[in-house]
Design a protein around this ligand. Structure first.
Ligand code: BTX
Length: 319
């Protein structure tokens, strides 16, 4: 009944469809039609009603369809399982828990809302309901502990290429973990590890991507953006996520086979920071200089005025 009603409303292509036509086609009373319309509204559809005109479908919810996602991924895919939660503290926390309980590589934790989304260094990640891609990937690559940050850079490449593929937009990467449009942050990546000094047990890559927000709270209003704001129209989270996971799939395979050097040129092609005057705030010091590039391990190379080349492993960057 619901899908017939929806397709009927969609045939109106934004115009009104009469209540009479709907009740005829559904074979039910006008009161029953009204009840079905009400049920659609509760699911997030915007249906306008006007006397003598009928009903008009003015907006559809952006539901993340895991079923659709799974069916659209390549076979075989690195994605082994997708756990989808309507609301959760943090996909990162849940993924950590699952990883310590032996969840296999390729398990994805996805949420429509995070109530305690986290960024680096205990910062918060704003993750309002049904507007973004809030997800964590569990990986178990056979790599050295010091190579783990390379997965942040690989993920940034997958996100940028996935956005380009699905929407034709061209964001930039700010080393190490931000995806920006004209200096405003659309996504952040958080890579964490469960490891012994010489062995990686699991790497959890968290991605927060703003998709359909049309406004941000005051503290983010000047620094954040979303795909919807950049594209000028509502965007399907499922389509964007599908494109990102497809990009991720082949990049990760290439990374495991050939190492980070194969990903590096793709990263450089989208990097905002390269060749620019930057300030790097590391946990120990603040350095100003020119970002010369990244080395084969993904470490940022910064040349200060005195000609000295610094290797930056972790920092907040200002361009
Ligand atoms: P970060 O530490 O580089 O950035 C965090 C900073 O970004 C915040 O202090 C704030 O200024 C700003 N910020 C917070 N929320 C947003 C937002 N929605 N859009 C733009 N800017 C924002 C970046 O950390 C890594 C974020 C990873 C988030 C994912 S979501 C799925 C997974 N689960 C989880 O709890 N975290 C990760």
């Amino acid at each position: 009944m619901k899908s017939t009603l929806l397709s009927l409303l969609r045939t109106g292509e934004g115009e009104f469809v009469s209540g009479e036509k709907i009740s005829d086609q559904l074979g039910c009373s006008r009161t029953a039609v009204w009840k079905h319309i009400d049920a659609l509204r509760k699911e997030g559809y915007t249906v306008e009603a006007a006397p003598k005109k009928g009903y008009r479908l003015a907006g559809e919810p952006d539901t993340l369809s895991v079923h659709q996602l799974k069916s659209r991924l390549p076979e075989p895919s690195f994605v082994k399982d997708i756990l989808h939660y309507p609301s959760i503290h943090s996909t990162q926390e849940t993924a950590h828990l699952l990883a310590s309980e032996q969840a296999e590589e390729g398990t994805i934790v996805l949420a429509d809302e995070q109530t305690k989304g986290k960024g680096r260094l205990g910062r918060q990640w704003h993750s309002p309901p049904e507007t973004g891609i809030w997800m964590s990937l569990i990986l178990r690559p056979d790599i050295e502990v010091r190579s783990a940050p390379q997965l942040t850079l690989l993920t940034a490449v997958a996100v940028v290429r996935g956005i380009k593929e699905s929407l034709g937009l061209d964001p930039e990467i700010k080393w190490p973990n931000d995806i920006l449009f004209n200096g405003r942050k659309a996504a952040g990546i958080l890579t964490e590890m469960q490891a012994e000094p010489d062995r990686v047990h699991a790497i959890i890559v968290g991605l927060g991507l703003n998709v359909n927000q049309d406004y941000f709270p005051d503290e983010l209003a000047d620094i954040a953006t979303s795909l919807r704001l950049e594209k000028g129209e509502k965007v399907s989270r499922t389509d964007v996520l599908e494109a990102i996971l497809k990009e991720w799939d082949w990049l990760y395979r290439m990374f495991l086979k050939e190492g980070f050097s194969s990903v590096k040129p793709l990263w450089e092609a989208h990097a905002l920071t390269m060749g620019k005057e930057i300030t790097a705030r590391t946990p120990r010091e603040t350095l100003k200089g020119v970002a010369v590039g990244i080395d084969d391990a993904g470490v940022l190379l910064l040349r200060t005025k005195d000609g000295k080349l610094h290797h930056i492993y972790s920092a907040d960057i200002e361009v």
